[in-house]
Design a protein around this ligand. Structure first.
Ligand SMILES: Nc1nc2c(c(=O)[nH]1)N[C@H]1C(S)=C(S)[C@@H](COP(=O)(O)OP(=O)(O)OC[C@H]3O[C@@H](n4cnc5c(=O)[nH]c(N)nc54)[C@H](O)[C@@H]3O)O[C@H]1N2
Ligand SMILES: Nc1nc2c(c(=O)[nH]1)N[C@H]1C(S)=C(S)[C@@H](COP(=O)(O)OP(=O)(O)OC[C@H]3O[C@@H](n4cnc5c(=O)[nH]c(N)nc54)[C@H](O)[C@@H]3O)O[C@H]1N2
Ligand code: SF4
Ligand SMILES: [Mo]
Length: 622
């Protein structure tokens, strides 16, 4: 058994902060979890979601045994039977229709780098079927990379050198509390903080100024701000190309256009222009909410262009941020099988892609993902799961996807696995995990589970060797030691050489006569809701509607209504919110049922455009 003591670990939730943790273990069990003091981002504190692991590792929602669906009900079975069943199902599917009839689906529910070893299973079988296209932030990264050809990796502590900080469609008070702490420090030393959002949030409350705009109006707003920047400063001196075409397009966008699109008053718009122009250096932090649209990449590129036109690129405390590259710390050939002809299905329209797949999917494995809750048009994902002869979900609790599968396999979580690593998508620290608790009996590390399945299928054991190669990441020449089990990755500046102006400015006006359906990440849980988390607070789903809309429709606080569109319907309760634009409704993402209404649309880059969704709001049918 693990000796009593303190162990260093790192939170592997899909959260930008990637906190360094000190875990206290007694008699094999986790008894306390704190933030590391020597991690300059964590600064000795972790959020309540992280701390909850002390309860949840042994909590009532922890799965403790494989569960197989028999006559519509889950019954506990032994591991040998569960692994045999999995191998057998994969074997018969692939014998019938070839290796592509095995789906290996990965979500982002856990950021341990070692989990990539699992991909060897579909790859060694021939390639299998896997998912491509992002539900999260790839669209914004595409946009950011257009300016200089790279996403780079900069220090978020740069905000401490800013005099003006603009958060644009980003809500760190709920979704990245350690960034909020940095922002508070910046304000203490004289920076002003402004936020652009489609509603009031804890972040707008913590800001010196906030502008609430209509969803989808940011592109017009950004073009207008570029127009003002050109009026003030003219053509930049720094090397660039494509200025003429872009400047002509944005000079056509007037203050009136921006007001009409955003719903901002003339005074509010004027104040925003002042905020962007008056007190450099300005850093702009774009968020995920902003880019969940068909034109997300263009939007982030145009906001980056604003930063360039204002002379804020490449100066201390200035610049435009979105998300960072994953830095490829794993060796190029890690867990790969050259030439394996994997078939890819689209994550943004997963259900339809799986239902239409030819050859059909007859065995499906889900790891670290909860597509029955998190993918757009989730109704089709459920429909697929209903008809797929065999589906297995590896998770630590009964997620919506697990509940729809034919087999569920309980896995350990990061606190129960040592010698793995997490690289942040926000800051510059790589951190190593130590095993800090014994898993409950009946729970297995998923790398062992996948390996066992592979061995039963007669595949060679590359799993063990790849796992031992993980340690190579520590020796990457770009890393410098930053404390026990912690390394700093050198900056890889994004801003280099020639700036490329956007060559196309899309026309985004959309009038559907329906309500704009916006889903947002919330404080109490990460992505798909876990049963033990916050359920009482968010179920049944609560939709925020504007007081203006409520007034027009005679709706009252707490009233039950149905949201409906061609994809599905959902009963919800109303919460009145005077900050929201009239034709907008806002729901927390992650609540089961929400994605029944979300569009499975694709951006031109193959990513999802979750916030391009519209619904009707109707009285509940009795
Ligand atoms: N409508 C709407 N939908 C959205 C979004 C939105 O804003 N609106 N946001 C999107 C975004 S940004 C994201 S990133 C995606 C996330 O989508 P997913 O990655 O599919 O969902 P998660 O809830 O992050 O995680 C999936 C599961 O991983 C499990 N898990 C955690 N740790 C481990 C582990 O160590 N091993 C295994 N096997 N499982 C583990 C969790 O318990 C959870 O059930 O959702 C997207 N969906
Ligand atoms: N507590 C918590 N933390 C999390 C997560 C979580 O679920 N819970 N999820 C993690 C993940 S996977 C991600 S991707 C990040 C997401 O982190 P954020 O980007 O901070 O979160 P979002 O809620 O996606 O969007 C941010 C804001 O954009 C606004 N917004 C939506 N549409 C528009 C628009 O058209 N224009 C403008 N200007 N604003 C708009 C929303 O109202 C929201 O307040 O958070 C991570 N951290
Ligand atoms: S969820 Fe985020 S803020 Fe909370 S402990 Fe984990 S990394 Fe830190
Ligand atoms: Mo995400």
């Amino acid at each position: 058994m693990l000796a009593d003591g303190n162990y260093l670990s790192v939170c592997a939730y899909d959260c930008p902060d990637s906190c360094g943790m000190v875990a206290t273990c007694r008699e094999g069990q986790l008894v306390e979890l704190e933030g590391r003091n020597d991690n300059p981002y964590t600064r000795g504190f972790i959020c309540h979601k992280g701390r909850r692991w002390v309860r949840d590792l042994r909590g009532q929602d922890r799965l403790m045994s494989p569960l197989a669906r028999r006559n519509g009900k889950f019954v506990p079975i032994g591991w040998d039977e569960a692994l045999d069943m999995t191998a057998q199902a994969i074997r018969s599917a692939t014998l019938r229709h070839g290796h592509q009839s095995f789906l290996f689906y990965e979500g982002s529910g856990n950021l341990l780098m070692g989990n990539s070893v699992q991909r060897l299973l579909p790859l060694m079988l021939g390639g299998g079927t896997m998912a491509t296209g992002s539900l999260c932030g790839s669209e914004g990264k595409v946009g950011l990379a257009r300016s200089y050809g790279t996403i780079g990796r900069d220090k978020p502590l740069a905000a401490l050198d800013s005099k003006s900080i603009l958060l644009w469609g980003r809500n760190p008070a709920e979704n990245s509390v350690h960034f909020l702490a940095i922002l508070h420090d910046a304000r203490r030393t004289g920076a002003r903080l402004g936020t652009i959002d489609v509603r009031a949030t804890p972040t707008t409350a913590a800001s010196d100024s906030a502008w609430v705009v209509r969803p989808g109006s940011d592109l017009t707003l950004a073009l207008y701000l570029c127009h003002e920047a050109i009026n003030l400063r003219g053509e930049p001196e720094a090397p660039h190309e494509g200025y003429d075409v872009f400047s002509q397009a944005c000079l056509l966008v007037s203050a009136e256009d921006a007001q009409e699109a955003t719903g901002l008053s003339a005074a509010a718009l004027h104040a925003l222009v002042g905020f962007a122009l008056d007190q450099p250096p300005l850093s702009i932090w774009t968020g995920y909410g902003l880019q969940r649209t068909r034109w997300g990449a263009d939007l982030i590129h145009i906001i980056d262009t604003l930063g360039f036109l204002l002379g804020n690129h490449g100066i201390l405390g200035g610049g435009v941020w979105f998300d960072q590259g994953d830095d490829d710390l794993l060796p190029d050939d890690f867990a790969t099988v050259p030439g394996a002809p994997t078939r890819f299905v689209l994550r943004p329209s997963l259900g339809a892609s799986l239902l239409e797949a030819d050859p059909p999917i007859e065995a499906a494995m889900f790891v670290r993902g909860n597509p029955a809750s998190q993918c757009p048009d989730a109704g089709k994902v459920l429909q697929f799961l209903k008809q797929c002869p065999f589906s297995v979900c590896l998770d630590w609790h009964m997620s919506a996807t697990a509940r729809a599968c034919t087999l569920v396999l309980p896995t350990t979580v990061f606190l129960e696995r040592g010698n793995d690593y997490v690289m942040s998508y926000f800051h510059d620290l790589l951190q190593k995990t130590n095993k800090a608790a014994e898993p409950p009996d009946g729970v297995r590390d998923e790398l062992d589970t996948v390996r066992e399945v592979a061995l039963r299928l007669g595949l060679p054991d590359r799993f063990t060797t790849e796992r031992t190669r993980l340690v190579d990441v520590e020796n990457d020449p770009r890393l410098t030691p930053a404390g026990p089990g912690m390394w700093r990755l050198k900056d890889a500046p994004r801003i280099q050489n020639t700036f490329h102006f956007p060559s196309v400015v899309p026309d985004v006006a959309v009038q559907t006569g329906m309500l704009h359906f916006i889903t947002v990440h919330v404080r109490d849980y990460i992505n798909g809701i876990d049963p033990g988390q916050a359920r009482a607070r968010v179920l049944p789903p609560v939709v925020s509607v504007s007081t203006q809309l409520a007034h027009e429709r005679c709706l009252i606080e707490g009233q039950k209504v149905t949201l409906r569109n061609t994809l599905g319907s959902l009963d919800v309760r109303i919460h009145l919110d005077k900050s929201i634009a009239a034709q907008t409704v806002v729901l927390p993402q992650g609540v089961e049922g929400v994605n029944l209404l979300v569009t499975p649309g694709l951006t031109p880059n193959g990513n999802s455009c979750i916030n391009d969704s519209w619904v009707l709001l109707e009285p509940v049918q009795q």
